[in-house]
Design a protein around this ligand. Sequence first.
Ligand code: MN3
Length: 205
Amino acid sequence: MVKYDLPKMPYEYDALEPYIDKKTMEIHHTKHHQKYTDVMNATLEKLSPEIQNKNILEILNDIDQVPESFRNALNFNAGGFDNHRLFWNNMSPTGGGSPGGKLADLISSTFGSFEEFKTLFSTNTASIQGSGWGWLVYNKNLNKIEFKAMPNQTSPRTLGLIPLLGLDVWEHAYYLKYQNKRHEYISQWWNIVNWNEVENRFNSV
Ligand code: MN3
């Protein structure tokens, strides 16, 4: 079966400073993301070859195909594996600003304006109870983009949604620098959003 490696970071651990500090990035990648990867691999090893041989995205897109006794473990850890590789890449030391192209038009027509989108995304992500993620997703059934809050590590893919931009609001993502100030972490995070990557994801759906 395919054994997944911890995805590489696209930049150095200190590259997102001052918005996200080096120590947080290092622990987040080498401990948390590593753990999701390891437990996902260990869970896959216990499953049938039919499931093992599927791409992890195919499994997330149809999580009900996983036997019930392993479903929670895979939902959590394969979700964590995929969410974090998306997260590293939807941030950049040269990020910030606003999107362009078709995505910019769609954000304006869907949410009113880019500023209104940011406010809605920030407010709803900040108010997630406990651990989870805020997402801008593409809903292919309705052919529209929308905001979606997801609990723990559950991937939006499990709902048939395509993740475009994700923000991790587990305390491990910000607590060293921001402590309990989740709002401040979120407002600073916009300075490092890699809109080129988000546009590429949108253009390839
Ligand atoms: Mn995390």
